[in-house]
Each structure stands twice: as C-alpha cells, then as structure tokens.
Design a protein around this ligand. Sequence first.
Ligand code: NAD
Length: 314
Amino acid sequence: MKILVTGGAGFIGSHVAEAAIEAGHQVLVVDDLSNGRTENLPTNADFHPIDIRDKDVLRELVVHFKPDAISHHAAQASVTVSVREPLLDAEVNVLGSLNVANVALECGSRLIFSSTGGALYGEVPEGQAAGEDWPALPLSPYACSKASFELYLRAYGQSNGLRYTILRYANVYGPRQDPHGEAGVVSIFLQRLLRGEPVQVNARATPGDDGCVRDYVYVRDSVRANLAAFEGALDGRTINIASGVATTTRALAEQLVQLVDKPAIVNDGPYRAGDLERSVLDPAVMISMLGEPTPLERGLTATTEWFRSHMQSS
Ligand code: NAD
C-alpha cells in the first residue's frame, strides 16, 4: 500500500512511518520540522518538508503520490502552546487538518486521525475510565481543535463518504519521545535520572497526594492501531488507544528510578494549577479489536534502554 504519514518526523509519526516501511508499504512523510527532527525519519522514507497549512503544495504532492491511507499526525501538539496561541493551534489542527481531509477525499484515501483521549474527556472521576461514548469536555484550545476536527471527519464521512478512523491516544510514551508532548514526563524523568539529576513530582502538599493520575500507553500500541486502520479494519471507528491503568506521577517516578538503577533524588514540587488531575481511558474496544496493551513495565523498560543507549552515543 501507499501510506502518507503527516508529522512523520515527530515522535509517534516516525514510529508509524518506520513500522509501515517494515510492513512493506511505500511511505511518504510530510513534516514542516517545527517540532520534528530529520534524525527521527526512517532511512527509506521519502521525506518532504511541507507545512500542512500550505494547501496547494500539499495537494500537488499528495495527489501525485495518491496514498491508499493517510496517517495524520502533524499537529500543534502542545496543550501549553495552545493556551498561549489558540489561533496558531486552530490554524494547524483545524485548518491544516482540513487540507489533509480534502486531499484524502480527492485521492479516495483512508484518513487515520491522531486525536487525544488524554485531553478530550476532561477530568475523569476517581475509580472510572472514560469510554469512547463519554462526552467531550475540552478544557484547552488543543482539546477543542482536536474535538472540532473529529466532528469534521464525521461530517465528511456522512456527506462525502470519506473513510476515516479516529484514534484517541492516551499519554503515549516510548523511544524518541519529545519532552514537550502530552506524556513528556516519561522522557523528562528518564533523561534527568540517567544524568544523575533529581526529578520533581508536582503534587498538593497534602498526605496521599502523589501528583496527577495518567494513563500511559506505549507507542507500539499506537503503531499497531495505525497498521490495522490502514487495512480498513477500523473504518468508521473512534477508539481509545490506552492502557486503562491509572498511574500517579510519583508511581511513575519510582518505577523509572528502579529501571535506571542509579542513585536518584525524587523531590516534591509545587502543585500546578491547570493540570488535569485524573485522566484514565477505557481500552475495552481497543482490546477487543487489537489485543492487549503493552504492560507499563515492559514499555518503560524498552524506553529506558533506548534513552540509555541514545544518551551514551550522543
Ligand atoms: P510531535 O510534536 O512529536 O509530532 C508532531 C509532528 O507534526 C512534528 O514532527 C511537527 O514538526 C509536525 N508538524 C507540526 N505542525 C506542522 C505543520 N503545520 N505541517 C507539517 N507538520 C507539522 O508530537 P507527537 O507526540 O508525536 O504527536 C503526534 C500526534 O498525536 C499529534 O497529532 C498529537 O496531537 C497526537 N497525540 C499525541 C499524544 C502523546 O501522548 N504524545 C497524545 C494524544 C494525541
């Protein structure tokens, strides 16, 4: 198959591009390198440094390639930046994404959209996990732009027959992870611990508060979902890509300290207003269609080894 990966020089997109090449697909990568890096690109990918907002340039390239499927990862992917620059966020995540949807329609390509489960559902009450049928309660411009493009996809599917899949990622972690992304804490902690620097758990100064609760999912699970979606197995679906496991920042820090196996200092930091307190997703649909998620310990072990060898060689 011919696969276009937008944002393929970024963290998740580069893993998707790499796996698609390994699976024998012909891969074209588009990325404006605003956050991605050419070092992330798989060796056999055909790369074009294009901004998805540049609709004519994008269209010319993609119509010529005529992909069977588009894995759409290019995005302004930072919640913090979206709060500071909501217009930029909407320009890339809504208008840029519409350029991608329009060219998908023109080429008859499947469109696989990287949405967010981590930000879309808002606060998830203690003891619960957000299923795909939960209402979207965006609390940031980033979550608004992702929710908005989901609605466009549904409308394009209904009115124009666009074949699409919406993957709502939880907090994705793994090799090549960018410290500024939604699950950036894994890469921040690992880099600091491997350098022998202290890490900080931001939490309320009340007994039993161990920081935010998050659902960490290994990047390989996002990749599996994309590969299945290319084949049409997830057409019309909206699926949480998640582990369903609630992990506090302190528990994460403790696991990473053990894996790094060096003397470590874990400090208490100030509570950060504005952070979601608890975000955990229900992975039942994903499990039924794609199998079990990678256990946290296995994913963190692989990620630690990657950062260890990568930091030694750089
Ligand atoms: P990333 O920043 O590493 O990757 C995004 C890529 O898009 C970058 O390489 C960047 O250079 C590129 N890009 C940005 N604006 C562009 C533009 N205008 N034109 C072309 N390319 C552009 O982020 P990531 O963590 O790999 O996230 C990939 C996707 O998954 C994003 O859509 C993000 O919103 C979504 N997502 C990520 C997570 C997570 O935990 N990392 C969770 C939920 C959803």
